[in-house]
Design a protein around this ligand. Structure first.
Ligand code: CTP
Ligand code: MG
Length: 233
């Protein structure tokens, strides 16, 4: 098989500092076993296997032991305590990268464990000429506006896209954008932060496998874990 083309250098931030309340698991969902490994370990391994240096893993301040256990045996990552909101956790990850000052950074939800190389490639390619790029998918169902469980109108799905992570940025552009961001509880993702500061966000093809593990049933639908030998390999 032909060698994969080398990727440009980049750092990665995996945000894993949430509580996973909707998933209803006994521990935060990013540490639950999924396809034989803790959820967070999948993305960290994917980034390490695809050249990210370093990988910053943002975790709840009281979950250091769980995180070290989940990532045991891996090299090239650093743990950083996160904040009360996703945006605060991302900001902590961006600050932790200051000494590294990478040219590019991919910011990814730990809760999207099935990360494949092509998306990483497309994103890095797109930020050669633009400050930001995100993976998106089309909407296939009709969309309606819900007002008190009554249909109050429709929305044009042809101009709408579903947004995933990782989201890719020129590091200094997203660092600046975060610094000037007015903290709002409704803040969605980093693409919104960049765009609010005037940065162009390009759209690349997403991947259905990047669906976010959100609810308890998302954990039920995974195939049973395959465990060979000891540890997570
Ligand atoms: N996240 C984070 N810091 C927070 C909140 C969320 O790093 N304060 C991370 C989560 O760990 C997750 C990603 O952001 O990987 C997407 O968030 P979400 O799916 O909403 O996860 P949780 O906030 O943990 O789940 P819930 O909203 O159900 O509590
Ligand atoms: Mg959340």
């Amino acid at each position: 098989m032909a060698e994969a083309a080398p990727l440009p250098s980049y750092a990665a931030i995996v945000v894993a500092a949430g509580k996973g309340q909707r998933a209803g698991q006994p521990i935060p969902k990013q540490f639950v076993l999924w396809r034989g490994k803790p959820v967070v370990r999948h993305s960290v391994e994917a980034f390490l296997a695809n050249g990210a240096v370093p990988v910053i893993v943002v975790i709840p301040p009281d979950c250091e032991a769980l995180a070290e256990d989940a990532l045991r045996g891996l090299d090239g990552y650093r743990l950083v305590p996160g904040g009360a909101t996703r945006q605060e956790s991302v900001a902590a990850g961006l600050q932790a990268l200051r000494p590294d000052n990478p040219e590019r950074v991919l910011i990814h939800d730990a809760a999207r464990p099935d990360l494949q190389r092509p998306v990483i490639e497309w994103l890095l390619q797109e930020i050669t000429d633009h400050p930001g790029a995100i993976p998106v998918l089309p909407v296939v169902d009709s969309l309606v506006i819900d007002e008190g469980r009554t249909m109050a109108g429709t929305a044009d799905r042809d101009v709408l896209r579903r947004v995933q992570t990782p989201q890719a940025f020129r590091y200094l552009d997203i660092l600046d954008a975060h610094a000037s961001w007015q903290k709002e509880p409704t803040a969605g993702d980093d693409a919104q932060v960049l765009r609010a500061s005037g940065g162009v966000v390009r759209l690349v093809k997403g991947d259905e496998r990047l669906a976010k593990l959100t609810f308890a049933e998302d954990f039920l639908s995974a195939p049973p874990p395959v465990r060979t030998g000891t540890g997570f390999d």
